[in-house]
Design a protein around this ligand. Sequence first.
Ligand code: NAD
Length: 496
Amino acid sequence: MGAGKSTAAKSLDSSALDTDRIIEQESGLTVAEIFARDGEVAFRDLEQRTAIDAINRAAAGEGGGVVSLGGGALNSEAIRSALKEHVVVMLDISVEEAWRRCSGSQRPLASDREAFWRLHAERESSYLAAADAMLPASTRSAVKEALPAIRRIAESDHRVKLLWASTGGGSYPVFVGSGMLGTFDPGIDGRSALIGDRNVASLYFDRFEESLARIEFPAGEINKTITTCSEIWREMAGAHVTREDHVVAVGGGVVGDVAGFAAAAYQRGIPVVHWPTTVVAQVDSSLGGKTGVDIPEGKNYVGAFHQPAAVVSDFDALSTLPKDEYSSGMAEVIKTALIAGGSLWERVIDGQLLDPDMVLACARTKIAIVSSDEFDSGMRQLLNLGHTVGHAIETATNYSRLRHGEAVGIGLLAALQLSGAGQLRDSVSQLLLANGLPTSVEGVDIEAALHAVKSDKKARSDGSVPFVLCSEPGSVTFGNAVDASDLETAMREVLT
Ligand SMILES: NC(=O)c1ccc[n+]([C@@H]2O[C@H](COP(=O)([O-])OP(=O)(O)OC[C@H]3O[C@@H](n4cnc5c(N)ncnc54)[C@H](O)[C@@H]3O)[C@@H](O)[C@H]2O)c1
């Protein structure tokens, strides 16, 4: 409700069919009047018949093939079933924004704030299950911009869903599905330079046909350096990669960050398409446009914001991921679920296994946050939950003892302790163990780790470091000052 379905449908085709309008025209009454006169059950009955008829008419080409459905339409099993043959586009809107738009209107189900919140939550699961494409309701032009990508998933033989990321620095499609590696065409013009680490190159490069260059570098965080970038730039120049071409980054977060930064700086910036192949990369690092490299003084100290031209997440790529790497990625899934709360958190805390829908839900959470804060000055800091201590542990151990996700998992426990959320800390601790992740690390010099926290990139000029805290799933805040002794206690708890 209030997401702008009618306007979006009309922007695709001015004759788009709109079920609420059809009902109003045919009955001569407004939806509110039908609700008042006949009740909701009678309205839903009418809506079901009208929607199924409109879907069939659109399938025959009427209204440019576009139907705008009423907000409650997906409660009907018959409508959901009629939609299975078609591409369903969901306009993603937060309940707060929907309420802002709807309260005070004539809409019969938007008079009571609490009931509205409940309704939004009740409807969410049927919306998520039906949606093939999820577009931000906040960007008016999103439907038009995303149309080529929507057509691409409609015409694809792959099982693929679409998220549309919209930021000031550019909008891009995120395709999530299975069986796509190297065969799905995300629709980016020009020739490509393929970049991956050696592990991924040997597994997957041959799936990608023509490319100007196939550039490999040794795997591991230790190679996330400017030296690696420099070698990549020289290979790209040697292969005559031009500004009309683009980088195709195939791999985990290290490849994405390095290849993304190489693309951001090569000839002052060429497009990059990410094909993330780790859990970390699919749920987190490939999205949002942060690219960069490490220096001895700190992780990700040098880099650039460079939004991808497209992201293609093939869940099947995770089947070759070593078990430890998979587990490590689950820390980012847990972090994302803590931030999102709601149905994603419930699935994760229930111990449900990762599947393409969960990857999609995590990606949707990340995209919603980064879209509201492209350059990391506000909301985006929420994504650093667990990262301040996590990064400090990585720095204090010279990136050699723990995987990134393992360090983040431990950092989450410290952050939850600092949040005063003891019970949640215990639940997350259990969740980490169930996913094969450590809940503490031995032999780390506490002074070195505390020093690394103070050198965090987010440190303020007065020396304090703002923390992201989480009081309960879905309630996360950033910019919190924490007491130095509380920090030391929380760190001692995880550095045994
Ligand atoms: N840019 C961002 O917003 C962002 C966000 C989170 C993390 N990161 C960065 O991501 C990095 C961590 O990423 P990661 O955990 O993906 O590590 P990674 O890229 O090092 O990959 C982990 C290992 O898995 C191998 N691998 C990758 N895909 C595989 C596959 N499908 N099958 C078999 N092996 C495969 C790699 O070769 C590597 O050895 C860190 O550098 C972190 O800073 C960036």
